[in-house]
Ligand binder design. Structure first.
Ligand code: SF4
Ligand code: SF4
Length: 437
């Protein structure tokens, strides 16, 4: 069994405070939902409903303007009670529509209509995906329709990569989704392949310790007329990053004597959302989220309505065992900090981690020591950078004067630093400052 990995750096990351990946529970429906209007800093969404108006489940409530924005839909039926705005921890402005649940659900608990899509053109499929606001369901939440356009404009053929790489236990939500909705993931891949025109092959990139999942995906893919490959990847973090995954897949390409052209790499979550949009005319109403961390009593993977407040989910996990020191969405290695428990689950939120002070010790003020020149940060940097050197230059020359080209913010350097220096945060902040300047 050949396993494909990126060549340098990275680390094995385990976290016993993450939830088990094999089961999921349905979160309670929120009495009040806070539906975010934006998923990207570029592009605006304009509300199309007024305060006091009744909305149906799945109804359009925000219309996108510009290529990087996506339409927004009500995830519960109810009454619009207000619009809210707040600045997050990073100073980024957020707008949301608040809906108080009322009335009956049109989709939840009902047998969904099935729409045939095989005779639709790639443009039709892309239009449905665009209308229903389908986004990449992690990172910055880019619109899938825009990614399809970019893929079409490539000069060479495209290989669609289904990324089932679990290098981090906080990807438990993706695993639960694959386990429970495998058919939707594979059909979603077939839909996106058709929408892109130039996709001739699909690679299922699966962590080697989930080989059985890979075999199930390949079996399901046998129902579709498209050539498919299974590539077993290593589990060293950050194997799931596009750059590191592509490096591993280029080795696979050589071994298989193939020409894969360009890669379009998508997660199982966005593919199942594309399936639901095209096959059931269903926007993203809910998603799987891994909720846990050392401050949470009963970590679990939950199926959550978009717009549910983070505090409500933690309550459903038994609440806090102690006051959280830090709460973040996404992996603790690279996630975004949350300031308020009233912040809602967004389409691109795959995990919520609430850390006690001891788990978040590396961020605790006053714990940082002087660099002891151990070289660990250099050893783990997958980009071959010298984080220690960059950090020292930033400290000497000022954050606005040092740019670390290539740093993709994986956080490996910060994790291994025995002096608890905030290497990745400082380097990323430096990159942000020089970009703005
Ligand atoms: S955060 Fe940047 S500098 Fe640190 S290991 Fe990752 S790529 Fe290298
Ligand atoms: S890991 Fe920390 S202590 Fe070691 S060389 Fe890098 S910055 Fe210095």
């Amino acid at each position: 069994m050949k396993i494909y990995s990126f060549p340098r750096g990275g680390l094995v990351f385990d976290d016993p405070t993450a939830p088990q990946k094999n089961n999921s529970v349905n979160a309670f429906l929120p009495a009040v939902s806070v539906i975010p209007l934006g998923y990207s800093s570029a592009g605006k969404v304009f509300p199309v409903v007024q305060t006091g108006e009744m909305v149906r489940e799945g109804m359009l409530i925000g219309r996108a303007s510009g290529p990087n924005a996506v339409n927004v839909h009500a995830t519960v039926p109810g009454r619009v009670i207000r619009k809210v705005s707040w600045n997050d921890r990073y100073g980024v402005g957020n707008d949301a529509i608040v809906i108080r649940m009322e009335g009956s659900f049109e989709k939840l608990g009902r047998k969904e209509d099935i729409y045939q899509w095989k005779n639709l053109s790639g443009y039709d499929l892309q239009r449905i995906i665009s209308d229903l606001g389908i986004v990449e369901m992690e990172n910055s939440g880019r619109p899938l329709a825009g990614m399809i356009s970019t893929a079409r404009s490539e000069n060479e053929k495209i290989t669609l990569v289904v990324r089932c790489v679990f290098d981090d236990p906080w990807l438990a939500a993706d695993y639960a989704l694959c386990n429970e909705r495998l058919q939707a993931v594979v059909e979603g891949a077939a839909i996106v392949a058709k929408a892109c025109f130039k996709v001739t092959q699909i690679i299922f990139a699966v962590s080697y310790h989930e080989k059985e999942l890979g075999e199930r995906l390949m079996k399901e893919a046998g129902n579709w007329e498209i050539e498919s490959f299974l590539a077993l990847t290593g589990c060293r973090y950050p194997q799931r990053n596009n750059r590191e995954l592509e490096l591993a897949l280029r080795i696979f390409e050589k071994k298989e004597k193939q020409n894969f052209g360009s890669f379009l790499i998508l997660s199982p979550a966005v593919l199942s959302a594309a399936n639901d949009a095209v096959k059931h005319k269903r926007p993203i109403l809910d998603r799987y989220v891994a909720v846990g961390g050392s401050a949470v009593k009963h970590p679990q993977v939950m199926k959550v309505r978009i717009g549910t407040r983070i505090g409500e989910l933690i309550e459903q996990c038994g609440g806090f065992v102690e006051a959280p020191y830090r709460i973040a969405t996404g992996s603790p290695l690279s996630g975004r900090e949350v300031m308020y428990l009233d912040e809602p689950v967004r389409k691109n939120c795959y995990a919520i981690v609430a850390m006690s002070k001891s788990q978040a010790a590396d961020s605790a003020e006053g714990r940082q020591q002087n660099c002891i020149n151990c070289g660990e940060c250099r050893m783990v940097c997958p980009m071959g950078l010298d984080p220690q050197y960059i950090y020292k230059r930033i400290r000497t020359l000022g954050i606005e004067n040092v740019r670390a080209a290539g740093c993709h913010g994986c956080g490996c350097c910060r994790i291994v630093c025995p002096s608890d220096l905030l290497l990745s945060e400082t380097i990323l902040e430096g990159n942000q400052e020089t970009a703005n300047g």
